[in-house]
Design a protein around this ligand. Sequence first.
Ligand SMILES: Nc1ncnc2c1ncn2[C@@H]1O[C@H](COP(=O)(O)OP(=O)(O)O)[C@@H](O)[C@H]1O
Ligand SMILES: CC(=O)N[C@@H](CCC(=O)OP(=O)(O)O)C(=O)O
Length: 260
Amino acid sequence: MQKITIVKVGGKVVETPESLQELLHDFAALQGHKILVHGGGRSATKIAKQLGIETQMVDGRRITDLETLKVVTMVYAGLVNKNIVASLQAKGVNSVGLTGADLNLITAIKRPVKDIDYGYVGDVKSVQIKELTTLIQRDVVPVIAPLTHDGKGNMLNTNADTMASSLASALTQEFDVQLIYCFEKKGVLSNPDDDDTVITNLTYKLFKQYQESGTIAAGMIPKLDNGFNALTNGVKKVMITNTQGLKEGIDTGTILTNES
Ligand SMILES: Nc1ncnc2c1ncn2[C@@H]1O[C@H](COP(=O)(O)OP(=O)(O)O)[C@@H](O)[C@H]1O
Ligand SMILES: CC(=O)N[C@@H](CCC(=O)OP(=O)(O)O)C(=O)O
């Protein structure tokens, strides 16, 4: 089976031009088939503010009302995605920017309202990899924005970590998949205030213990849930790291493991 690397890059890296360029430089140097999934939550919040739209967050999660949906569609599928594609072209990487609506790649269901109404947020329903695989086999590098569609004509805002995990899981039908979550820290830390406390191998059991003690918190919880889901679904390797971890042949950061 051919190999593929899926890199997910988060909001803080995307938002700072220097760190984004460093990431794209390392991504461009990666050998073999690859996909970049990007976030951009912080950029969306900033542009919304400039447009006079206030961002509402509940427990760190965005409430996507109709006006916010317009903003995230413009920012994720437009500003962020196309700037990444242009930068990759400048580095000799022939890439194509896609959302989940393009090629009918990812359909989602609008999240049902329980205690909180998250608005136009999509929970992934299905991933169609046929057309994507054709592009990949032609050495095109897909750059994927965190948006899905509901099949009835509506775009939905979907968490970028979940998009990456769902894509990685679906692509195991055709490829040996490795998934790398790239963010601003060296990895998952056993002391969140000390960057030199990277947990090199993390089991699900240990993750839950750290979550219970509050050591692993906030955005790291859904990121790890998504990462372990991918591992369960047959993804060969899941790593959480910074841009350093992308450099060929270097295993830095945290590797998720099934062994206990
Ligand atoms: N134990 C931990 N180790 C590393 N980061 C942690 C930990 N606990 C919480 N975090 C937080 O998780 C955040 C990453 O989640 P998130 O902001 O969703 O990532 P992304 O930048 O990919 O969107 C980090 O910025 C960090 O503040
Ligand atoms: C539904 C949902 O959570 N959507 C996210 C999509 C962007 C994202 O995931 O960006 P980061 O990777 O930078 O956090 C949001 O709007 O914040």
